[in-house]
Design a protein around this ligand. Structure first.
Ligand SMILES: Nc1nc(=O)n([C@H]2C[C@H](O)[C@@H](COP(=O)(O)O)O2)cc1CO
Ligand SMILES: [Zn+2]
Length: 159
């Protein structure tokens, strides 16, 4: 008999994004992203982390203090990592599943790489100017965005 409680595509790809977020060393916000093409094939994944060669133990993870001693100048966002991790050519027409709404810098990268849809889970910085700017750019550029609607399905992974 055919299973009925299998994951939808949206659940599957958001699940991959959530699992990727678990690799993040950021103790305040872990973000994961999963890029998918129009044939529902995963093209790339990413999470927020320090650039290659900038060792996690040597970098600041603080949110406040001297700007050079906070993470913000250094950390590479999940969406940007996923875009840069893709080695296969064009991302034109792809969609991105991301656990947190993209910032304005990642929005620019999403638009410029030709992606057409953003599916996000959280939007905890919705009131920040960076998110307002992201939405303004997505609207102008014709990039759709929609909130992932969880079905309250729990997946347990025993690792
Ligand atoms: N869309 C995003 N993708 C991301 O990867 N990030 C990362 C950058 C930081 O590592 C962390 C945000 O730190 P905090 O200000 O919530 O402590 O999440 C942040 C955003 C928010 O725009
Ligand atoms: Zn970003």
């Amino acid at each position: 008999m055919k299973r009925t409680d299998y994951l939808s595509w949206d659940q599957y790809f958001m699940g991959v994004a959530l699992l990727s977020a678990q690799r993040s060393k950021d103790d305040h916000t872990q973000v994961g992203a999963c890029l998918v093409n129009d044939q529902n094939k995963i093209l790339s994944v990413g999470y927020n982390g320090m650039p290659t060669g900038c060792h996690d133990d040597d970098m600041p993870w603080e949110r406040e203090g001297e700007p050079l001693d906070t993470k913000y100048f250094y950390v590479c966002h999940a969406e940007l990592n996923a875009i840069l991790n893709y080695g296969g050519g064009s991302l034109y027409g792809a969609r991105v599943y991301v656990t947190l709404f993209p910032c304005n810098e990642c929005a620019k990268a999403i638009i410029q790489s030709g992606m057409k849809e953003v599916i996000y889970m959280q939007d905890k910085y919705a009131d920040d100017d960076m998110t307002v700017a992201s939405k303004r750019m997505f609207d102008m550029a014709g990039v759709k965005y929609r909130k992932f609607e969880p079905k309250d399905q729990t997946i347990e992974l025993h690792l």
